[in-house]
Design a protein around this ligand. Structure first.
Ligand SMILES: [Zn+2]
Length: 303
């Protein structure tokens, strides 16, 4: 049914790339040392997915991995088994879309847009279905794919808009609600705002780190056991916390170091905030660093 694009040969299985309840993907090595991904799932699903790949030949090798063909056989019980033989491409995306830099978001969204224009409505687009290799991306798992009906109207190029904070939703280049909502979900446009600690929206500022860094360093705000913080208080403390983080970054502290120290920094920011208000600060016990603060060898005990 499908043309097989590799000559007859033995493929050595050398590793497991993915193992799930219904699907396993093995790494195979061909006789010419080419790596392939062998995706085993139930025979009907293999055919459905192969059909989707077949209708999208134009974007195989650029947006999707290349499909070399489908193998059918029998397992040790004599039951039918099938697998897709796919180009091996990179690794599964390990971080969340939100943790990516904007340039990487743009590359992934452009791939998704290309897939849409080629007629693919993916339906299971997620981090686990994106492969990355050296800053290049492929979309996988067409098991739930449907035709994009009517054809996609999207022409907006995300890579050309990496510097843009906003988009005009009336622009004719952004006429696909699915792509628009994925771009929103990935926070491609920040609309001139930053989201601190997942709940506090503030205007963008040079004094605050970019959103991708903020997302790695969110921490608990409002950590005094007795104080009733109103929203304005939390906003003020969160801004101070991230302004301090930004200063530290500018002074050359690494993100890893700041990640380790974020509760300590939050403690110091809260302590100062309460002191300015002439209030006693009683942090919740798990975030109480008063013994560390009183140690004289801590060079950063004050902000
Ligand atoms: Zn579309």
């Amino acid at each position: 049914m499908f043309e097989f694009l590799l000559p007859p040969q033995q493929i050595r299985i050398v590793d497991i790339l993915y193992s799930g309840p219904r699907t396993s993907v093995y790494l195979g090595i061909c006789e010419d040392e080419r790596e392939v991904a062998l995706k085993f799932t139930d025979p009907h699903a293999v055919l459905v997915e192969a059909g989707a790949y077949d209708s999208l030949v134009a974007i195989q090798g650029s947006v999707l991995p290349k499909l070399y063909g489908v193998l059918h056989g029998k397992d040790w019980r004599g039951d039918k088994m099938s697998c897709l033989v796919l180009e091996r491409f990179g690794e599964q995306l390990e971080c969340g879309f939100l943790d990516l830099r904007k340039l990487e978001k743009a590359k992934i969204l452009n791939k998704l847009a290309e897939a849409h224009r080629a007629g693919l409505h993916h339906l299971d687009f997620a981090e686990r279905n994106v492969l990355v290799k050296g800053g290049n991306y492929r979309i996988i798992d067409l098991g739930h794919a449907k035709p994009h009906n009517p054809p996609c109207q999207w022409t907006y190029d995300f890579l050309e808009h990496v510097e843009c904070d906003d988009v005009n939703i009336m622009d004719p280049s952004v006429r696909c609600s699915v792509l628009k909502s994925w771009a929103d979900e990935m926070e491609f446009w920040d609309h001139g705002k930053l989201l601190l600690c997942r709940t506090i929206l503030v205007p963008k500022s040079d004094k605050l780190p970019p959103q991708a860094i903020i997302n790695c360093l969110n921490t608990a705000i409002g950590i005094d056991v007795k104080n009733h913080y109103v929203f304005k208080d939390k906003r003020q403390i969160a801004i101070r916390y991230f302004e301090y983080i930004q200063k530290q970054l500018q002074n050359g502290r690494s993100l890893e170091q700041l990640k380790k120290d974020r509760e300590w920094i939050a403690y110091l920011v809260h302590k100062q905030w309460h002191e300015e208000r002439k209030e006693t600060f009683r942090p919740i016990p798990s975030l109480d660093f008063s013994s560390r603060a009183s140690r004289s060898d801590e060079s950063d005990a004050s902000l």
